[in-house]
Design a protein around this ligand. Structure first.
Ligand code: NAD
Length: 352
């Protein structure tokens, strides 16, 4: 086990994963356990080397600590990142091997789906450990693919943030969605049903074509989506999309999407604020999925998930209000609030 110091909770645990037989290679990063077991999904993606996989896992795990804290969940932050092997591999075997690694952590890490993984993969993980969620739901209990809950929270956040920051209704807005996978496509459906016009881009052209056929979405090149003429920009692909360059190109006045780690660097939030663009911190808007995962892991009902997801959009508006009042970026305000929650959990209770 390797440890890395970070701003929030040194030391962070990095658990390397290496099993040549199943072709499992990656890392589990447990960033914080102050509020409960470290929880966060398992990403399965093509990384050129382990250094980049580890760097991604560290940032994603930190984001989970902040997300879980602000969503009021009894969970710390963690993430698994697995390198997708080149050529043929036995997927079920690889995820079973990953499950064995999760089991060895004895509940300090709880896994679920993320980019590149599915309910079927989590079922393979579950053959080796009970510390997994995102499994098929039963009898009104929480569970299943968390992405519809993520899409619901992002959709409601866009609707309420647009009413607050742009003073406009969805029926009057164009939304540019970057990445139309599990969350992005579901978000597009909800936006189209509410009357919004869509501009979409994805590296997989078939996914865009579906949305053009179903909802009349305008399809643009992946390089054009950031600067597309739109009122709202919704990043729903991978992280790092908001950097010094793209922050100057964004045409939209509101940024709110599902992708984790949208800010390539924290100071980009301030650039957006100075340009008059309202940025909804990713981990506040996209908490629906982990709310579902948490409820499933704790044996709660789907109705509990619905109640907590419904609280996301009001939290977003309160954050935008406070940021405007204090003349700060919403990202800076959210980080402070999350750090207070985590620090509070670490302080010993004092007698009344
Ligand atoms: P997904 O893999 O189903 O979809 C991602 C989509 O982005 C894919 O269609 C992919 O082709 C596309 N894409 C990748 N690179 C792109 C690029 N450069 N330009 C345009 N499109 C690109 O993943 P998902 O589950 O929909 O998650 C999307 C994002 O939301 C991720 O950042 C994920 O971490 C985050 N997120 C997801 C959930 C969830 O419940 N699934 C919860 C919280 C956060």
């Amino acid at each position: 086990m390797v440890t890395h110091p970070t701003r929030l909770t040194p030391p962070v645990q990095c658990v390397p994963l290496h099993d040549p037989e199943s072709r499992l290679e990656g890392v589990i990063v447990i960033h914080s356990t102050a509020l409960g077991p470290g929880a966060g999904g398992c990403r399965f993606w093509s990384y050129p080397d382990m250094d980049r996989a580890r760097a991604d896992a560290l940032r994603l795990a930190e984001g989970m600590s902040y997300k879980n804290a602000l969503a009021g969940l009894p969970l710390g932050g963690a993430k698994a990142v697995l390198r997708r092997p080149e050529g043929d591999f036995d997927r079920a075997r690889l995820f079973h091997a990953f499950g064995k690694a999760v089991a060895e952590l004895r509940g300090t890490y709880v896994t679920a789906e993320d980019v590149g993984t599915s309910v079927a993969d989590m079922q393979d993980v579950a053959r080796a450990t009970r510390h997994v969620a995102g499994l098929p739901a039963r009898d009104g209990r929480a569970g299943g693919d968390p992405s519809p809950w993520t899409a619901q929270g992002v959709f409601e956040s866009i609707r309420e943030a647009a009413a607050f920051a742009l003073e406009r209704d969805l029926g009057d807005l164009t939304v540019a969605v970057q990445g139309v996978g599990h969350v992005g496509a579901d978000l597009c459906r909800r936006l189209a049903e509410a009357g919004a016009r869509l501009v979409v881009a994805d590296v997989d052209p078939d996914r865009c074509e579906n949305l053009r056929a179903l909802h009349g979405a305008k399809v643009v090149d992946v390089d054009a989506i950031v600067g597309a003429e739109a009122d709202v920009f919704a990043p729903c692909a991978l992280g790092g999309v908001l950097d010094a360059r793209s922050a100057q190109r964004i045409a939209a006045r509101l940024v709110c999407g599902a992708a984790n780690n949208q800010l390539a660097r924290p100071e980009v939030a301030e650039t957006l604020r100075r340009r008059g663009i309202a940025y909804v911190p990713d981990y506040v808007a996209n908490a629906g999925g982990i709310i579902s995962v948490s409820a499933e892991y704790l044996g709660e009902d789907a109705a509990d998930v619905g109640r907590r997801v419904a609280a996301i959009a009001p939290r977003v508006v309160a954050l935008l209000e406070r940021a405007a009042r204090e003349g700060r970026s919403p990202a800076a305000v959210a980080d402070d609030l999350a750090e207070e929650v985590i620090a509070g959990a670490r302080r010993p209770a004092t007698a009344a």
